[in-house]
Design a protein around this ligand. Structure first.
Ligand code: AMP
Length: 312
């Protein structure tokens, strides 16, 4: 039972209306790995500079994440992202992106990562995502995330990559932008026509929607009173979803509509913890009991009974 993720490993500087951090561990692959590590063995792959030290490794290794696929570029600097949020926490404003060691990154996966059951192509240049996909022939389930930057500058490549995956995780606005369709249902169906089995539209504080060839499912975000920093919520969502999928595959169970609905709930559960503190500060110290309780909480807030009503 294992899962591999390739994506950014970063230092983030983030300011929200509730505080700020000048330099904290971040990156799409990091948020994803921490969330998925509660469900399965995780191999993280990506480049860092020699400013990435023992404190950062310790956060990943405490969750038993395999860090042997982290490649240190001597003399290089780790990817850096600076962003801020206004009171509308759904929109991240990017103030600075320094690709640093990511500029020259050519992914080469080690055998454990290549042989993982589940592969997540986190938000990186779509040509690189394809280069990784081609190294993982035996993966049973492959998913990708992307962002408006790649739709703007590498749309054709992104479409080619989408044809090679089982699931697409994207923000609703990005799905609309990619397809040119203002209606999300039509837009998601257009992406399904390209080949993936699932399209998951992330909608920030409004939750997430799952589109499959014959079905639809949606969950609200968990009703939290204190949301501190949404950075990494999307990747934590994908981590909970795919971590559960990896565990389900390892049990020999078939992936059907019911299992994908549970995966949506684990995704929403992990995203809800992520936003409760800055960066990785909440998820890295979570317990299994807390995850289980919130999963049950989701069932309670989304369940209703059908009774006979006469319509007139
Ligand atoms: P999200 O889950 O969408 O909030 O992802 C947040 C993470 O994405 C942050 O920790 C950033 O380090 C990382 N990030 C921001 N911009 C980029 C980019 N252009 N490529 C890869 N990762 C990025």
């Amino acid at each position: 039972m294992s899962l591999a993720v390739v994506g950014s490993i970063a230092f983030d500087a983030v300011k929200t209306p509730f505080g700020e951090r000048e330099r904290m561990l971040g990156g799409s692959a990091v948020h994803f790995s921490l969330a998925s590590s509660f469900f399965t063995d995780v191999h993280i792959v990506g480049p860092v500079g020699d400013d990435f030290g023992p404190d950062e490794y310790a956060i990943l290794e405490r969750r038993s994440i395999d860090t042997s696929g982290i490649e240190t570029i001597e003399g290089g600097k780790t990817f850096f992202w600076r962003g801020h949020y206004e009171y509308d926490l759904n929109t991240a404003h990017t103030d600075d992106t320094q690709l640093n060691v990511f500029g020259e990154f050519q992914p080469k996966l080690h055998d454990d990562a290549k042989n993982a059951d589940v592969l997540f192509l986190a938000n990186i240049q779509p040509d690189l995502q394809r280069a990784v996909r081609e190294q993982c022939d035996s993966a049973k389930f492959v998913a990708l995330d992307s962002m408006n930057l790649w739709i703007d500058i590498a749309k054709d490549s992104l479409v080619e990559t989408i044809k090679l995956v089982d699931a697409v995780f994207m923000n609703d606005a990005e799905i609309r932008q990619l397809t040119g369709q203002s209606n999300l249902v039509k837009a998601a169906r257009e992406l399904l026509e390209l080949g993936p089995r699932l399209v998951i539209a992330k909608q920030g504080e409004y939750g997430a929607a799952l589109f499959s060839k014959g079905g639809f499912f949606a969950l609200p975000a968990y009703p939290l009173e204190d949301v501190i920093d949404p950075t990494g919520a999307g990747d934590s969502f994908a981590g909970g979803f795919l971590g559960y999928v990896a565990q389900h595959i390892a049990e020999g169970s078939e992936l059907d509509e019911h299992s994908f609905r549970r995966a949506m709930t684990y995704g929403s559960t992990m995203a809800s913890f992520n936003v409760e503190n800055f960066g990785t500060e909440r998820v890295r110290d979570l317990t299994g009991d807390e995850i289980g309780e919130r999963f049950t909480g989701f069932k309670q807030i989304t369940h209703f009974e059908e009774v006979a009503v006469s319509y007139r």
